[in-house]
Design a protein around this ligand. Structure first.
Ligand SMILES: Cc1ncc(COP(=O)(O)O)c(C=O)c1O
Length: 422
C-alpha cells in the first residue's frame, strides 16, 4: 500500500478505482508483496539449513489464484480438510507436496485422505488404528503437542500446550510411532504447530528444542529415520503501526542451529526442515476496502461501514486490532470514532474507539490493513450480507479473482418442500 498525495493505492492501483470497478467491500491482494514475503522466508531459512521446504496453510486464504502464486514460489500445501486437499490438487499439487493435518477426523476424512495419496499427519494416536482399518499410507507423521504454545492473537489461538485440542501428548508419541512401525509403515515425519503470530524470534528455537527432544528419543529408541520435521507456522506480523516485527533472520538462524544441534545429539540422519506459515505469506499482502454508508452521532460518533464481523471476523472473534486508513483524509485532524458493520449484533461494533479523521463521512473509503490471512476465509453470510469480492493487484494490473456473492448464492443448495409452497 502506498500514498499518492493523500490518496491510497494498492500496488499501483488507486483504491478509488478498485471501489468504482468492483464495489465494496472488496478484498484486495498485492501479488508482489506475497512473492516478496515467501522469498524472504525461504532465503532466511535455507541460508542456514539448505534442506528446507515450505508448505502454505491454505486455510488462511484459500483463493486458488493466491494458492497458485505460492505454488509458483515453491510452496506445497498444508490442508486441514479433504476439500483443502482437493484445492491443492486443483492447483496441480499432490503427493508429498501436500500434508493433511486435519483433526478429529471422520472415517470418511480418513478414507478420502488415504485415497488422495498425500502425506497424512495424524493429530493423535487414537486415529492410527482407524486409519489402518482402511489402508496403510506410505509415509506417516504425527502432530506433536510438546506441552507449550504461545499466541499474540489471544488465548483462543494458542494451538499447543495443556489447554489446546491439537496434537498428541508427548507421553504417547513413542507408542504412536512404534504402532505405526509395527504395522509396516516405512517412512516417517513429525510435526508441531504451537505458535500463532509470534514476533519473538527466540520462541522458534525454544519450541524446536522441545519437539526435537521428543522426536530424537523416539528415533533412537525405535531406530526410525525421520525424513522430515515440520515446525508448523506461527511466523508473526505486526498488526499495530508501532509494534515491532519478527526478526526473521534471527529466528531462522537460531532455529536451524537448534535443529542441527538436536539432530546430532540424538544421532539422527539430518531430516528435512519443513515449515508451513500462512499469515507471514499473505497477511500483510491483503486489504479490505469498504465504504462508510452512514454516520450516527449518538452516545458517541459511530460510522457504519459495509465491513463488519461477517466480512472480517477477527476483531469480533479475537478482539484483534486491524489498522485503518481513510482514503484522502489521513492528514486531517482526528477525533474518537467507532466503526461498525451492518449486522444485527453488537459484536459487529468492530472498532469501539479509534482516533480517525474527524470529518469521516458518508461515501468515504476505508482501507483495512493486514486482512490477507484469516480474512475472506472466515467471512459468512449472516443477515443476508453476502461475501465480498476478491481482487488481485499486480503492479498496475488488477483482476477479479472471486465474484461478489449474489442472492442466488444465498439460496443455492436450499430446497423448499412442495407442501410449504401453497
Ligand atoms: C496446522 C497448521 N499449520 C499452519 C498454520 C498457519 O499458521 P500461521 O498463519 O500462524 O503461520 C495453521 C494455522 O492455524 C495450522 O493450523
Amino acid at each position: 500500500m502506498k500514498f499518492i498525495g493523500d490518496k491510497i493505492a494498492i500496488g499501483d492501483v488507486p483504491v478509488e478505482q478498485i471501489a468504482a470497478q468492483f464495489g465494496t467491500p472488496t478484498y484486495v491482494y498485492d501479488e508482489a508483496k506475497i512473492r516478496s514475503n515467501i522469498r524472504r522466508v525461504y532465503s532466511a531459512f535455507s541460508k542456514h539449513y539448505p534442506d528446507f521446504k515450505m508448505f502454505y496453510a491454505v486455510k488462511a486464504c484459500n483463493n486458488p489464484a493466491i494458492v497458485n502464486i505460492l505454488r509458483q514460489e515453491g510452496a506445497g500445501v498444508d490442508a486441514a480438510s479433504v476439500n483443502e486437499i482437493l484445492l491443492a490438487k486443483h492447483v496441480g499439487l499432490g503427493g508429498e507436496d501436500v500434508m493433511f493435518s486435519g483433526n478429529f477426523l471422520s472415517d470418511d476424512d480418513i478414507k478420502q485422505g488415504l485415497a488422495s495419496g498425500v502425506i497424512f499427519n495424524l493429530d493423535d494416536i487414537s486415529i492410527l488404528p482407524r486409519l489402518l482399518k482402511f489402508g496403510k499410507p506410505e509415509m506417516l507423521s504425527f502432530r506433536v503437542n510438546p506441552g507449550y504454545g504461545k499466541s499474540n492473537v489471544g488465548e483462543y489461538v494458542t494451538n499447543a500446550g495443556p489447554n489446546a485440542k491439537f496434537g498428541i501428548h508427548p507421553d504417547k508419541v513413542m507408542d504412536a510411532y512404534r504402532m505405526a512401525k509395527e504395522a509396516g509403515i516405512k517412512r516417517f515425519g513429525a510435526h508441531m504447530m504451537t505458535g500463532s503470530c509470534i514476533t519473538d524470534a527466540e520462541y522458534f528455537p525454544f519450541v524446536t528444542g522441545l519437539l526435537m527432544d521428543i522426536i530424537g528419543k523416539t528415533a533412537q529408541t525405535l531406530g526410525i529415520d525421520f525424513e522430515f520435521i515440520d515446525l508448523g507456522g506461527g511466523l508473526g506480523i505486526p498488526y499495530r503501526p508501532d509494534e515491532p516485527g519478527l526478526d526473521l533472520d534471527k529466528a531462522a538462524e537460531l532455529t536451524a542451529e537448534m535443529f542441527r544441534k538436536k539432530s546430532a545429539e540424538y544421532g539422527m540422519k539430518p531430516p528435512q526442515l519443513k515449515m508451513e506459515p500462512a499469515r507471514y505469506f499473505v497477511g500483510n499482502a491483503g486489504y479490505i476496502i469498504g465504504k462508510v454508508h452512514s454516520i450516527k452521532e449518538s452516545y458517541k460518533k459511530i460510522a457504519g461501514t459495509d465491513i463488519g464481523m461477517n466480512t472480517l471476523a477477527r476483531p469480533a472473534m479475537y478482539g484483534s486490532y486491524h489498522h485503518i486508513f481513510v482514503d484522502g483524509k489521513e492528514n486531517e485532524p482526528r477525533k474518537t470514532i467507532g466503526l461498525c458493520g451492518q449486522l444485527c449484533e453488537n459484536t459487529d461494533f468492530w472498532v469501539k474507539e479509534r482516533e480517525l479523521p474527524a470529518s469521516l463521512t458518508e461515501g468515504d473509503l476505508v482501507v483495512v490493513e493486514n486482512a490477507g490471512a484469516y480474512g475472506f476465509g472466515m467471512s459468512y453470510q449472516y443477515n443476508g450480507r453476502l461475501r465480498p469480492a476478491e481482487v488481485l493487484v499486480n503492479g498496475s494490473d488488477i483482476q477479479l479473482i472471486r465474484e461478489r456473492e449474489t442472492f442466488d448464492d444465498m439460496i443455492r443448495h436450499t430446497t423448499v418442500p412442495e407442501r410449504l409452497k401453497n
